[in-house]
Design a protein around this ligand. Structure first.
Ligand code: SF4
Length: 484
């Protein structure tokens, strides 16, 4: 999971300021590294490991001039989290272009062995964006014209779609303009916006609509699956359909990744989470269990916690206080780091547990480390019963499209009944949302026609081209990263 923003501002503007406020708005999508590349006469870059505010200081802004910028926050999905893998990447030759992406190239290793191996090209990083950049630049170079036309960009995007498998939303700049494209299945989000100022019109493409909001842009629209955008020297946006696969956006964006104030493909993430909570409330009522309070795990479960509690007729209370200055455990690069931070991150309020039958609600249960600790803390605080609830279904399969949830072996729900999961996590009962209710909840909140990627719940990958070799390559990468 990563986040990006790309901006094409009026001539003589400096787009870096909007880019940085946008990056801060999507810091939740990656806390491992941040970077930006601007263009004014030449590419200028600043990249580094750490949070946006740690990587960028005032002194860098004087250098990052120009009306074109591409910027990124990273969580490593392929690669070892080294500084050589920090995005954006850029090339000065054969075509000058800078690029960033969100997603995962599933045939990254295969492309390294074949496409790049046969050309004797050695990649400078372990980041899968590099293969997208080379394939795109190579195809663009073969058609190179002055100025670059929308057909040139379309041909380059088509070549990427033909060669590069997986899920990827991409943004980039050249000396002449800005481009963006969304993978053929549209698994990763990508939204286009603009703002009109006395200086002229600014265009932006970002991972989430909230990025556009905070930087003062209005939404034009989401890019659809397989669509591309090019804005060249004439400053006219061209949106073209390049791929022709069915749209399968990631449903987990609504469950967890995206900010609640974001809209994705016409659906409010906040409304979706409220609906998810309502449905789980109804499911709890059907169990006939008795509870006294719903305690959502901050921050992600708060929205669903309120509606779940309303539905059951219980209070929703803050039983855990989150230390905001400890990173998100889900996107910590390895298990050791995750375990050490859980307790430091969530501290209980005894009065909300003592003598009560509590429902602890989380967005999902992956490895179970956080859940197990929360159950333990709840019992230490004197809870009479501890029910664990997840407003998404059991996660059982690895995401190969850019989310480092786990390798197959690590899912606590894999190969276990709900009773066994409850026992494993020390809870009195575990309640999951069903897949049907999850889908229906998200559709009810907005776009009724959406069909989703649900591979991490069902094991059916929408791109249909996942091989055992790809799974093994990705799992090896993740194991290497977690041992790093
Ligand atoms: S496998 Fe799960 S997390 Fe990955 S893209 Fe699909 S729905 Fe999203």
């Amino acid at each position: 999971m990563c986040g990006f923003i790309s901006i094409y501002g009026p001539s003589n503007s400096d787009a870096i300021h909007d880019a940085l406020s946008g990056l801060l708005a999507i810091q939740h999508r990656g806390q491992d590294a941040a970077g930006a590349v601007t263009f004014k006469d030449r590419f200028q870059a600043k990249k580094g490991l750490g949070l946006v505010r740690e990587v960028f200081q005032d002194k860098h802004l004087h250098r990052l001039r120009g009306h074109l910028v591409v910027a990124h926050v990273r969580y490593p999905t392929v690669g070892l989290g080294e500084d050589t893998d920090v995005q954006p990447f850029w090339l000065d030759y054969p075509v000058g272009t800078a690029m960033a992406h969100n997603g995962n190239v599933t045939n990254f290793h295969e492309l390294k062995r074949t496409y790049f191996g046969q050309r004797n090209i050695h990649l400078g990083s372990n980041c899968d964006l590099e293969v997208v950049l080379y394939v795109f630049a190579d195809a663009l170079m073969r058609r190179l014209a002055d100025p670059i036309t929308v057909d040139d960009v379309k041909a380059a995007v088509k070549e990427v779609f033909d060669r590069v498998k997986g899920a990827y939303s991409v943004v980039g700049i050249t000396s002449e303009g800005m481009y963006a494209f969304r993978d053929p299945y549209g698994i990763k989000p990508c939204i286009f916006g603009k703002k009109v100022t006395p200086e002229g019109t600014w265009y932006a493409v970002a991972s989430e609509s909230v990025v556009l909001d905070v930087a003062g842009y209005t939404i034009v629209r989401d890019l659809n699956a397989g669509e591309m955008l090019w804005i060249g020297k004439d400053r006219v946006p061209h949106i073209l359909q390049v791929g022709n696969k069915p749209h399968r956006p990631c449903i987990f964006e609504y469950v967890y990744f995206a900010r609640p104030d974001t809209f994705l493909d016409g659906t409010s993430v906040y409304e979706a989470r409220m609906e998810l909570g309502r449905r789980l409330g109804r499911a709890f009522l059907a169990t006939k269990l008795q509870a006294d309070v719903v305690i959502p795990v901050p921050e992600s479960a708060r929205t669903a916690g309120q509606t779940m509690a309303d539905e059951i007729g219980l209070p929703c209370r803050e039983g855990f206080v989150k230390n905001r200055y400890v990173g998100r455990t889900f996107i910590m690069p390895n298990d050791k780091a995750r375990q050490a931070t859980i307790r430091a991150k969530l501290n209980p309020i005894r009065a909300e547990f003592e003598g009560k039958r509590v429902i602890i609600l989380d967005d999902s249960i992956v490895r179970g480390n956080t859940s197990r600790q929360m159950v333990k803390i709840a019992r230490q605080m004197g809870a009479a019963k501890v029910y664990l609830a997840s407003y998404s279904p059991p996660l059982m399969f690895p995401c190969l499209y850019g989310i480092d949830m786990s390798t197959k072996r690590e899912f606590v729900a894999r190969g276990r009944t709900h009773e066994e999961i409850a026992k494993e996590l020390g809870a009195d009962f575990v309640l999951y949302q069903t897949i049907e209710q999850m889908e229906d909840a998200v559709r009810t909140a907005g776009n009724k026609k959406l069909e989703f990627c649900k591979a991490c719940f069902m094991g059916t990958y929408p791109t249909g081209d996942i091989t055992e070799q790809m799974i093994s390559d990705i799992e090896q990468d993740r194991l290497a990263a977690s041992n790093n």
